[in-house]
Design a protein around this ligand. Structure first.
Ligand SMILES: Cc1cc2nc3c(=O)[nH]c(=O)nc-3n(C[C@H](O)[C@H](O)[C@H](O)COP(=O)(O)OP(=O)(O)OC[C@H]3O[C@@H](n4cnc5c(N)ncnc54)[C@H](O)[C@@H]3O)c2cc1C
Length: 302
């Protein structure tokens, strides 16, 4: 049983189903995970630049073609992972059992947790350029963040928006040079560095933001139509607290074979403790977890 149908979970499903193991993937939302939030995946080897949805759809087809069952939009209510036969309970009353479980719940964009964020989420604040960019055609936007995702998604948004200001807390970007080059060359994009948003302000709809220039501690306001936030990531492991070993960033602790410490329970992808989170690394983790799960089952049969 695999929990999560992102790049890691789908890859694990391809491997275990192809090896002949009866495999089911339970997924809490739509199949594909963060890949379907990504407008363009240009760095997946062997695949020419394509949108994330297409990569996800192909992975899903591969898994299903090998016989993997996939159940989406489920909600898990409880885990029983310690016994030789593992159990996962769903809120709708169903229970699934398996000899091994691969945890691949991924992560989600980290919110800024500042006043107004909850109020304007979905009506002026977004975490996904692919999903919401078009709603801001001809509008002025702020993009928060200075990593690869922020810069690449700012370029995507510039197809729709009239003007984009990238707002970043440091005096330099933490992104690949070619991504920095691309935003610097884009005539629609300018920058506010060494600054952080402090609140979102509006009456029903977002009207302006308050921001602080960090070196001078000075505050200012800026009128804006929308804000896209790319400020890092948090793992979807809340429901796994006390079930598997997590570190202080709430990431699942695994060894090099993706073993969690509970016999027969493995983890893969963005949810595990690691430095780099990409489709390639999620796919690699999913492969290792599936092969380790196969080895565990094989020993059981012997
Ligand atoms: C905007 C953006 C742009 C990106 N651009 C790129 C890029 O260009 N190239 C690149 O290589 N990477 C990119 N990434 C990163 C890449 O998408 C991720 O590293 C990768 O997709 C993670 O895959 P995953 O399977 O570990 O997790 P996820 O994709 O997060 O999938 C996990 C799935 O599990 C589900 N789930 C959550 N909790 C549970 C649970 N308890 N039980 C069952 N299911 C659960 C989730 O709903 C989700 O469907 C980008 C990410 C973002 C957000």
């Amino acid at each position: 049983m695999i929990l999560g149908a992102g790049a890691a979970g789908l890859t694990a499903g391809i491997y275990t189903a192809r090896a002949g193991y009866n495999t089911i993937i339970l997924n809490e939302s739509a199949v594909g995970g963060q890949m379907v939030l990504t407008n363009e995946i240009a760095n997946y080897p062997g695949v020419e630049t394509t949108n994330g949805y297409r990569v996800a759809a192909t992975m899903k087809k591969q898994a299903k073609d090998f016989g993997c069952k996939i159940k989406s939009n489920i909600k898990i209510s409880g885990y029983g992972l310690d016994n030789p036969v593992k159990r996962v309970d769903l809120e709708d009353g169903r229970t699934f059992r398996a000899k091994t479980v691969i945890l691949a719940p991924g992560g989600k964009p980290r919110p800024l947790n500042i006043p107004g964020e909850d109020e304007f989420k979905g009506t002026g604040i977004s975490y996904c350029a692919t999903c919401d960019g078009e709603f801001f055609t001809g509008k002025e936007l702020i993009v928060v963040g200075g990593g690869n995702s922020a810069l690449e998604e700012a370029v995507t948004l510039s197809r729709f928006a009239s003007k984009i200001t990238i707002l970043h807390q440091f005096d330099h970007f933490q992104a690949f040079e070619h991504a920095v080059e691309k935003v610097r060359k884009n005539p629609k994009i300018d920058f506010i560095m060494e600054s952080e948003l402090r609140s979102f302000i509006g009456n029903g709809t977002l009207e302006k933001v308050s921001m602080e220039h960090l070196p001078t501690c000075s505050f200012s306001e800026k009128k804006i139509d929308g804000v896209f936030i790319f400020a890092g990531y948090q793992p979807n492991t809340q429901s796994l607290q006390g079930i598997v070993k997590l570190n202080d960033r709430q990431e699942i602790m695994v060894d090099a074979d993706m073993k969690t410490g509970i016999p027969g329970v493995f983890a893969a992808g963005d949810c595990i403790a690691k430095k780099y989170r990409q489709v390639t690394t999620a796919v690699a983790d999913g492969t290792i977890a599936a092969l380790s799960a196969g080895e565990y089952l094989h020993k059981d049969i012997e």
